[in-house]
Design a protein around this ligand. Structure first.
Ligand SMILES: Cc1ncc(C[n+]2csc(CCOP(=O)(O)OP(=O)(O)O)c2C)c(N)n1
Length: 287
């Protein structure tokens, strides 16, 4: 019988005891199971980093590639088999730094994938250098005089670019993180969930306690259909709101727009390929 559980306990988990990644993994597995998804029809895609190890610890398909490069293969996987649930996952360095350009273009293309960013405001894997979301002034082993740059605001960026689903959760609240992830996966288009996550080893400022003190939930009356209000809420800096900031009506996805699906709905991965025609095409166009 097929194993429908996403629980995976066959490998030793290489995260520090007490890391916020455990809470996010728990929330994700619970979300996948409550949505009654199938591990064999679910793909977790990541690059490099502590957060990017998450797919190794979930019973589902995995594609683990280069640092900052999870979104292009995630987009391609969804395009070649639109029946799959595709989730890209990584840290703030991976997704907003090295992969920042891919984030911009994934938002424009709008593939039906979910992006989970474990935002611990630091490079964890490489032991504590500043990431794009590190707070100004934080001293690190590399930024010894303190970080000079302003932190990236991923929510404001995504809303401004027209991302159709933009949310923030906190690993300190597993239940709410699970609910937010469920909404993101259920949304038919590109869905970003930035998840605050303490790095207990290398970020001594943004601790569990700090996130508890500096966050609050958007009130029930917040209208996620209003991009201007969502943008204003994303700019709040003193206390950081959690919840679904923006959710637009669904629009055509990247895969639905592909010319290869206009006349033929068969998923690309099922179609036979003729290497001869590929060779001819390459010869004609690129030689
Ligand atoms: C092209 C490239 N640049 C740099 C690195 C080194 N590197 C690996 S992971 C990482 C940052 C990880 O930070 P983040 O994505 O925030 O994830 P975390 O480990 O905090 O979960 C860096 C700089 C690399 N592997 N490849």
């Amino acid at each position: 019988m097929e194993n429908r559980s996403f629980q995976y306990d066959k490998s030793e988990i290489a995260w520090c005891p007490g890391c916020g990644n455990f809470a996010i993994r728990k929330a994700l597995i619970a979300a996948l199971e409550e949505l009654a998804l199938e591990p064999t029809k679910t793909v977790l895609v990541s690059g490099i980093g502590q957060a990017a190890k998450l797919p190794h610890y979930v019973n589902a398909h995995v594609f683990n590639g280069l640092h900052g490069r999870a979104l292009p293969p995630a987009t391609a996987i969804k395009a070649s088999n639109p029946e799959l649930t595709v989730i890209a996952v990584g840290g703030d360095g991976d997704m907003y730094g090295e992969g920042g350009n891919h984030l911009l273009h994934a938002i424009r293309r709008n593939p039906d994938i979910t992006l989970l960013v474990h935002d611990n405001m630091i490079y964890g894997l490489t032991k504590g250098q500043a990431s794009p979301t590190t707070m100004t002034g934080m001293v690190t082993p590399v930024q010894v005089f303190g970080v000079a740059a302003k932190p990236l605001n991923p929510l404001a960026l995504a809303i401004a670019m027209g991302a159709p689903f933009v949310a923030r959760a906190s690993a300190a609240d597993i239940e709410q993180t699970k609910e937010t992830i469920k909404q993101a996966i259920g949304f038919p288009g590109f869905a970003l969930v930035d998840i605050f996550q303490p790095c207990i080893s290398f970020n001594k400022l943004n601790t569990f306690q700090w996130f508890k003190e500096h966050t609050y939930y958007l009130e029930a009356g917040h209208d996620p259909a209003d991009p201007v209000k969502a943008f204003a809420r994303a700019l709040e800096a003193e206390k950081l709101p959690l919840g679904v900031f923006f959710k637009s009506p669904a629009r055509a996805t990247f895969e639905a727009n592909l010319a290869v699906y206009k006349l033929n709905k068969d998923p690309l991965f099922k179609r036979s390929r003729s290497m001869e025609s590929v060779r001819e095409f390459m010869k004609k166009n690129y030689s």
